[in-house]
Design a protein around this ligand. Structure first.
Ligand SMILES: *[C@@H]1O[C@H](CO)[C@@H](O)[C@H](O)[C@H]1NC(C)=O
Ligand SMILES: *[C@@H]1O[C@H](CO)[C@@H](O)[C@H](O)[C@H]1NC(C)=O
Length: 389
């Protein structure tokens, strides 16, 4: 017994030392994290300082198109945490300062409710520009701590940088979610969408074309056929002949919302690396890049309304008469709350509690916005008043 006790002593001592070491390591780390940097520049500096000295920390994401120093300011592990294959991951392009729009998305449908439907949502952000005075990186970090649904690249937010954001999202989804999701839905943060309709559509695809999730190509949404570039200098979407020399764009999908799958996203991302970048992101990714791969577009234009007023009327009629909405996707018309109301009221239609809109009572006849007819295309928003008849 005495002999065994003596042999045990060194073991007990070394265990004690290990425990002490762990304790001091943990308390050091607690101290580090309690002094979390609040200033975004300081935060970036710290990231750069710490990356090389901490082995085993996340490797840099690597170049993105011609951004050689691309990395994530905030990575996302949303897909790593799924234990059962998802039906779809939603990537939502969002200006970093649009926290209230993201709040509306979360209020309209929570991540846990999405998870019950086999869905997950990630917002795609870039770095806040210096001119942003109302929102800070500390707030973005705080949002990530609370919700964990952000993916932020280190390039600067700008509508002329949307192609980077678009490819960042597809690359992330194709890489991180490979084998973990069947489909990818790309949408903008100012879009209203009937998530129940989309789920039903994807579930029907799963049954009718099971290969779609693994091997076949899929690009489905609002198809814009052979549109000419806007050559009016005063327009926000003005495109020079250097940027795009041809008279027409190839057919492309509106970036408002479209559906793809992992293999298609991976091919688009790989091909995008071989083409010089063009800043109108949906035209470039689902038009120019897609056309080089010969991937066909699947047309679902009847899902889309360009009038936020129609969706507003839909909510009104859903409340009052439980009429089904004729549309599943459209702009929010600068009303962040519309998405909340729309999803709240449209859900009952998936429990067979709605009726078809009676003939003669179409939205076009009963909604005041009928005079406007826009399509989900860049540039037309600017000429909207002229189109009123
Ligand atoms: C990337 O390419 C675009 C378009 O050709 C160009 O305007 C931009 O300056 C390039 N950016 C970098 C970091 O090289
Ligand atoms: C796009 O991002 C790059 C990299 O962060 C930045 O240098 C550039 O100014 C941004 N472009 C615009 C038009 O803001």
């Amino acid at each position: 017994m005495r002999m065994r006790g003596r042999r045990l002593l060194p073991i007990v001592l070394s265990l004690l030392i290990i425990v002490l070491l762990c304790f001091s390591y943990i308390s050091n780390h607690l101290r580090d994290s309690s002094s979390l940097p609040v200033d975004s520049d300081e935060f970036l500096l710290q990231l750069h300082d710490e990356t090389p000295s901490v082995p085993g920390l996340r490797a840099p994401a690597g170049p993105l198109l011609n951004l050689t120093d691309f990395d994530y300011l905030l990575p996302s592990d949303v897909c790593r945490h799924v234990d059962k294959e998802l039906l779809a991951v939603l990537i939502v392009t969002s200006y970093a300062g649009h926290d209230s729009l993201r709040a509306a998305h979360r209020q309209a449908i929570t991540q846990s409710k999405l998870a019950e439907m086999g869905l997950q949502r990630v917002f795609l952000l870039a770095a806040l520009p210096l001119r942003e005075h109302f929102f800070t990186q500390a707030q973005v970090i705080n949002e990530q701590t609370r919700f964990g649904d952000l993916l932020q690249g280190n390039f600067v937010e700008d509508y002329r940088n949307l192609s980077y954001k678009h490819v960042m999202g597809l690359r992330w989804a194709a890489g991180e979610c490979e084998g973990r999701t069947k489909f990818i839905i790309k949408l903008d943060d100012d879009i209203i969408y009937d998530v129940f309709h989309l789920r039903r559509y994807l579930e029907s695809l799963e049954v009718s074309q099971p290969a779609l999730a693994t091997s076949s190509t899929l690009l489905a949404g609002y198809v814009l056929d052979a549109k000419p570039p806007i050559r009016l200098q005063a327009n926000k979407w003005y495109v020079t002949r250097q940027e795009y020399p041809h008279t027409l764009y190839p057919a492309y999908l509106s970036g408002w919302l479209y559906i793809t799958n992992v293999p298609t996203a991976a091919r688009l991302v790989a091909e995008a690396e071989r083409v010089s970048i063009f800043w109108i992101d949906d035209t470039w990714v689902t038009g120019v890049v897609r056309a080089r791969l010969g991937i066909p577009l699947e047309r679902h234009n009847d899902w889309y309304s360009a009038n936020s007023e129609f969706l507003d009327c839909c909510v009104r009629d859903l409340k009052q008469y439980s009429f089904e909405c004729e549309y599943s996707v459209g702009p929010n018309g600068d009303n962040a709350k519309l998405l909340i109301e729309f999803l709240h009221h449209v859900e009952k239609c998936y429990f067979d509690e709605c009726t078809k809109r009676p003939a003669g009572k179409s939205l076009k006849n009963t909604c005041v916005a009928a005079a406007k007819s826009r399509v989900p295309e860049h540039g037309l928003a600017q000429v909207k008043p002229l189109q009123l008849r």
